[in-house]
Write a protein of this length. Structure first.
Length: 208
C-alpha cells in the first residue's frame, strides 16, 4: 500500500471546545503526528490528502453502529467487546448523539472539497486492494488510554490504528453481525454511496 494517512476525530461539542483531531503519517519507521482542535482544519487536511491521491483511513471516536437484537431486553445492552463502556451508557450515548451530526457534517464537507470522485470503504480488505480513497473506522479510546486533552485522545487513537497495521482486521474489538449503522446512514445522506447494504454493515473498531 502507498503511504497511508491516518486520522481520528475525537467527537465532542465544537462550541464547548471538546472536539479535536489528529493526523498520522509514517516516516522512516516512526509516526509523525499533527493535531488540532479545529473541525474545519480537519476537513481541509483530509480533502487535501485525498486530492493528492493518498489513501486515507479516518476514525471517529464515537459509536458508529448499534446492535440489532430479537430480545427487547437486550436492545440497549453493550456490544460484544464494549466491555464496561457500553455504547448506551452516559458517555457512549452522548458521543453517539453528537457524532450523528458531526460525522455527517465532516463527510459532507470533505466530499464538497474533492476535485475528483474518491471511493469510500468500511471493509479494510477492499480498501487495501484498491489502495486509494477513504476508509472509515471507529476509534474506541479506553479509560486507560485517555490523555490530558481531546487532542491527546485523538492522537492515541491514531497510534492504536498504526499499531494494528498491516492487519487491522485482526485487532477488531467489536464482534457484532446484526447492526444498524449510523455511519452507513451518514454515507448515504452525504452522497458518498448509494449502497443500502451499508445500513447493516458494521465497521472496524480499534481500541486504544
Amino acid at each position: 500500500m502507498r503511504q497511508l494517512i491516518m486520522y481520528c476525530a475525537d467527537i465532542g461539542s465544537v462550541a464547548k471546545e471538546r472536539f479535536a483531531w489528529a493526523r498520522g503519517s509514517e516516516s522512516a519507521g516512526s509516526l509523525r503526528v499533527d493535531r488540532g482542535p479545529d473541525i474545519r482544519e480537519l476537513v481541509e487536511q483530509v480533502a487535501r490528502d485525498l486530492n493528492g491521491d493518498a489513501p486515507v483511513a479516518m476514525g471517529f471516536e464515537c459509536p458508529l453502529f448499534v446492535p440489532v437484537r430479537d430480545d427487547p431486553n437486550m436492545l440497549t445492552r453493550a456490544r460484544v467487546g464494549d466491555g464496561s463502556r457500553s455504547w448506551s451508557a452516559a458517555a457512549g450515548a452522548g458521543a453517539l448523539a453528537t457524532g450523528i451530526t458531526e460525522v455527517v457534517w465532516i463527510l459532507q464537507e470533505i466530499r464538497s472539497r474533492l476535485t475528483s470522485t474518491q471511493p469510500v470503504f468500511v471493509n479494510w480488505s477492499e480498501f487495501a486492494q484498491v489502495n486509494r480513497g477513504l476508509f472509515l473506522w471507529e476509534a474506541f479510546v479506553t479509560q486507560a488510554a485517555k490523555g490530558e486533552s481531546h487532542t491527546d485522545d485523538a492522537e492515541n487513537a491514531v497510534r492504536a490504528f498504526w499499531g494494528s497495521l498491516p492487519n487491522p482486521e485482526g485487532a477488531n474489538a467489536i464482534q457484532e453481525t446484526r447492526v444498524h449503522s449510523l455511519l452507513g446512514a451518514a454515507l448515504l445522506r452525504t452522497g458518498w454511496s448509494k449502497d443500502l447494504g451499508l445500513l447493516g454493515m458494521p465497521c472496524l473498531v480499534i481500541k486504544a
